[in-house]
Write a protein that binds this ligand. Structure first.
Ligand code: HAM
Length: 477
């Protein structure tokens, strides 16, 4: 019997995996611009890291951890999130003593939570996250929110909802917690089992209970903003002002508490509903934490960070056709018939691959009809046909699979001709200005263009990594 994939996990295949790579690359590039460096931590850690770091009252620790004893009888947990591991790594490696603060790291990789699988919710999923640790200024929090927004913008998101709230400092929060306990005292008996537990351990978490009956009871509950200290309120105002300055729309959300215990101060979440009304859940979320580094045995440094869920980003981008052109299709299918043609085909294939084209060959004698069908299925751009006659005459056939135009090309000219056709194809088919990503620019320079701003060559190419364009303008894009 075939072995099935574990519940809540998924295989990420071919172009979907490329989509993930692309998303992670954009995230890393923007985080780099904001001064972050990569940090890779183990996928498993001592269980205590999460029980102390993320907190016993969180769903993650109380219900969702993949915990086991290893052969040395140590309690090990597959990481459910990235923040605790980054903080542990900073402490283990004494990074705070070696480098200027803040320490700014980004990370990406699989996370594990034993959750009920549903739309946008897996048991193994992937996050891209950032943590900035060691400078306790509200402007550091603002930078991190701007970074999150900028990543989404660069991925092509429009109409993102940024929900934001402040949990205040520990004094504000302690006062608020006891006000909530007073308010829920005679209601908690009717609430769900989770809320009964939350009432004791962290009554703020009652506010984000998803049970409709419990939600209704939270409507008139006291609001955090009534309990914010003067300095917490001032900080929150600065954040909102800056969001206005940068024209980033936000929604104040009194009920946003976030499910992890380490937060204090400003917290936020990014969400997006697709044009078909699908809600995969928050694309990402984060906030400020004041006690985590100390709690895990380090110095009293505060931090701020967020994490995006790559599955959710990808699902939305796929549904909204935001990622199609980043995916790979075949450039050339070389169709050979007979062994003699095969040796010429493989020579040509290698030469074209050296020029950067994605080339697919066939090594079985299939009918041309079935080879063309295959080329069509993989959206190949050109077909090259080499049969017995072509071998004799040393002339092959090149067919543009979009226009259906076909021409004979001498063997000796084949590589240059096909590469030339391919460049022309890129310019004609893929870009408004004549340019798209990863192809040569008509200016004659070898600029690699992205989508974006204006190039002085007159086109509107957006070039990547800062070289001079040979158009004569001084565009450093
Ligand atoms: P989180 O809100 O638990 O925060 O997770 C961040 C993102 O990971 C979520 O917004 C969602 O996109 C994705 N995610 C979470 N659980 C799942 C799941 N079961 N399936 C698919 N995607 C999921 C954190 O993890 C914090 N460490 C973020 C942070 C960093 N705060 C400060 N620094």
């Amino acid at each position: 019997m075939a072995i099935s994939i574990p519940k809540g996990t998924h295989d990420i295949i071919a172009n979907e995996a490329r989509g993930y790579d692309y998303i992670e690359e954009v995230c890393a590039n923007i985080a780099t611009v904001y001064g972050f460096d990569p940090l890779r931590t183990p996928i498993f850690e001592a269980t205590e890291l999460f029980s102390r770091g993320v907190g016993e009252s969180s769903d993650i620790v109380s219900k969702e951890m993949y915990t086991f004893l290893d052969k040395g009888n140590r309690s090990i947990t597959l990481r459910p999130e990235g923040t605790a591991g980054i903080v542990r790594s900073i402490i283990t490696n004494k990074l705070h003593a070696q480098a200027d603060l803040p320490l700014k790291y980004y990370y990406t990789g699989p996370m594990f939570r034993y959750e009920r699988p549903q739309l946008g919710r897996f048991r193994q999923f992937h996050q891209f996250g950032v943590e900035s640790i060691g400078v306790n200024s509200i402007f550091e929090d603002i930078e991190v929110i701007l970074l999150g927004y900028e990543i989404l913008r660069n991925l092509g998101f429009e109409n993102i909802t940024l929900k934001i709230n402040s949990l205040g400092d520990s004094m504000s929060r302690a006062n608020y917690k006891s006000a909530l306990q007073t308010y829920f005292k005679d209601k908690v008996g009717d609430m769900c089992e989770d809320c009964k537990h939350r009432y004791e351990t962290n009554p703020l978490r009652i506010l984000d209970c998803k049970v409709p009956f419990d939600q209704a009871l939270t409507v008139d509950a006291p609001k955090m903003k009534q309990f914010l200290s003067e300095s917490a309120q001032k900080d929150f105002d600065i954040v909102l002002e800056k969001l206005d300055t940068f024209e980033i729309p936000y929604e104040l959300d009194d009920h946003l508490v976030r499910g992890l215990d380490y937060y204090s101060g400003v917290i936020f979440e990014f969400s997006y509903i697709t044009s078909e009304g699908k809600d995969y859940g928050a694309l990402g979320g984060g906030g400020h934490y004041d006690r985590l580094v100390k709690e895990l045995g380090g110095p009293a440094l505060e931090g701020v960070g967020f994490a995006f869920g790559i599955e959710r980003l990808y699902s939305v981008m796929r549904d909204e056709n935001m990622i199609e052109e980043k995916l790979v299709t075949d450039d050339v299918h070389i169709m050979s018939i007979g062994d003699e043609a095969r040796t010429d085909a493989i020579d040509l294939g290698e030469a074209l691959r050296m020029m950067g084209l994605r080339v697919i060959l066939n090594y079985e004698d299939k009918t041309l009809k079935s080879l063309f069908k295959r080329a069509e299925r993989s959206q190949a751009k050109f077909a090259v046909i080499i049969g017995e006659e072509e071998v004799k005459a040393e002339v092959l056939k090149v067919k543009n699979l979009q226009t259906e135009e076909q021409e004979d090309v001498a063997y000796q000219d084949a590589v240059n001709h096909i590469v030339g056709l391919f460049k022309q194809h890129h310019h004609d088919q893929e870009c408004g200005c004549g340019h798209d990503h990863d192809h040569e620019c008509e200016c004659g320079g070898d600029c690699k263009c992205e989508d974006g701003h204006e190039c002085e060559c007159g086109g509107d190419c957006k070039c990547e990594d800062g070289h001079e364009c040979e158009c004569g303008g001084d565009c450093k894009c």
